[in-house]
Design a protein around this ligand. Sequence first.
Ligand code: UGA
Length: 369
Amino acid sequence: MRFILLGCGGFVGRNLLQRLLAEPGVSVFGVDRNAERVARFLGDRRFDFVEGDVYAPEVWSRVAGELDRADAVVNLAAVCQPAKYITHPMETLRSNALDVLPLVDLCTEKGAWLVHFSTSEIYGQSIRSKLPEGTGHDIPDGTLHIDEFDEHTSPLLMGPVRSPRWTYASAKQFLERYIAARAQQDGLAATIIRPFNFVGPEMDDVRRPGSTDIPRVYACFASALIYGEPLKLVNGGGQRRVATAIEDAVEALWLILTNPERSRHETYNIGNRAMEITIHDLAHRMRAVYAGITGDADAAETPIVPVSGEAFYGRGYQDCDRRMPRVDRLEALGWAPTMGWDEVLPGLLRHYIERAKILGVPLQGTAAE
Ligand code: UGA
């Protein structure tokens, strides 16, 4: 089997690449803007790599040539950091929708199987959050689940246009609809992946001294612990997320890629329902695990403080209150997640501590020794 991975140097891309190359009969053609990110795979004879922008003419012609001999093309290239939806809305729209249209068209023309990464954010806010407290129940025929997101039946509840937070989810939605239209009218074979907060080592990086970049929540909290600064709970931290260990996520992707007869025209939520957590509880758990690893009693007392979303991310930030996926379609392929927070957090925090040492970030307290 041969796969094309576009954006193979990102967190999901690298982990998927590793999983694919672990299979003896598999080869990969990868594209990423940064060769350093895939340096450890470059010596593998089953990995062909091109550094550059997917849509730059010289790269694009290679991708087009590869489409003829690949079993599937997996599109991972996109801006997917919430802080950037606010500060870089045009880049967010382009990379998540407009830039990708030629790829969808070419896959249609060549009869190639497109596996496209969408997002859990496409569901927007939960239905319950829009209802008066105490009301709301599922519709018995299965067309509406109040507390769960179903790939085929759930409505998508975006916020207002004036809130740029929704630019990302709306761009992803437009692209999913474009892909669906191509499938309906022109026979495109396409699989949509909706990841629910994949987590694992190498996801984002420790904040560098002086940097104002805002990574995703795990790197934010880890950086705060490493710098000995307060962990900030956006809007109080009552919002919930369902996470998925990257190891379980790539197993799901492997099942999808190796079951084309079932998955070629399907949409899959990938989320570990057992890993639902409030951001408040995530902060407390990360702090406790960090203190345990470093043996730093002071770290266990690092303040955890509330901050408004607008103060933290900028004007127009809104949040998703809860996103619980239905995963029966994935389970029908044989997927069963194996990891929980106890397995994920120690490895994640050890990784960030190692990165801090490599980057020369001074660790606070006894973690420094
Ligand atoms: C993410 C991103 O949009 C995408 O990476 C992805 O498509 C999607 O969700 C997903 O993986 O399913 P989000 O879950 O909001 O969005 O990402 P984080 O930046 O990790 O934030 C999670 C929550 O923690 C948010 O409610 C955020 O406000 C909060 N947060 C973040 C804090 O309370 N404190 C912080 O320091 C950072």
